[in-house]
Design a protein around this ligand. Structure first.
Ligand code: PNS
Length: 158
């Protein structure tokens, strides 16, 4: 079974990587999908976000990275996948995630969203917090994969 893990990944954090590690153990193939969230203006380009995901994930037999700028359900159809994977950090994530899951199912009744709880140490972590810390010289080494620390810092401290 193919799972799709969509997100902005602006940039990928240890929280995302935790979900990628967990989800890839319970599916045949996991597609990590850099998608467009129209309520956010990304700091990193799609190419930069894909590059950081490649560095963070490394070569794995059952994990692929892709990007798509349309509706998630249309991408799901294109790759013949029925399951969306999302990470939940806190109760505060629940309302918007439930809305997205129900809207996606309303568009395609065959598609379901599975939620995985992030690890305790990542429950406070977000891409926006990483960007803010990096911009003002805060330490991000323990929040994102070490391979991408310099890319984030050099982009944001300009
Ligand atoms: O990491 P994010 O920003 O919380 O991810 C949100 C994302 C990109 C998964 C969501 O905005 C999305 O699925 N965008 C694709 C367009 C789409 O299908 N929108 C309808 C979902 S309700």
């Amino acid at each position: 079974m193919t799972f799709v893990y969509p997100g902005s990944f602006d940039p990928v954090t240890n929280g995302h990587l935790d979900i990628i590690n967990r989800a890839s153990k319970i599916c045949d193939k996991l597609i990590v999908l850099v998608s467009v969230n129209i309520s956010k203006t990304p700091v990193f380009s799609v190419e930069e976000r894909i590059k950081m995901l490649e560095l963070a994930i490394g070569k794995r037999d059952n994990v692929e990275i892709a990007s798509f700028s349309g509706l998630l359900v249309d991408f799901m159809k294109k790759v013949n996948a029925k399951t969306i994977i999302k990470g939940l950090r806190a109760v505060s994530d629940f309302e918007s995630e439930m809305q997205m899951a129900l809207l996606n199912r309303n568009l395609d009744n065959d598609i379901d969203t599975l939620f995985m709880m992030t690890s305790i140490q990542n429950s406070f972590l977000s891409s926006s917090a990483v960007r803010e810390l990096a911009k003002f010289g805060g330490k991000i080494d323990d929040l994102v994969p070490e391979q991408i620390v310099d890319i984030i810092v050099s982009k944001l401290r300009k």
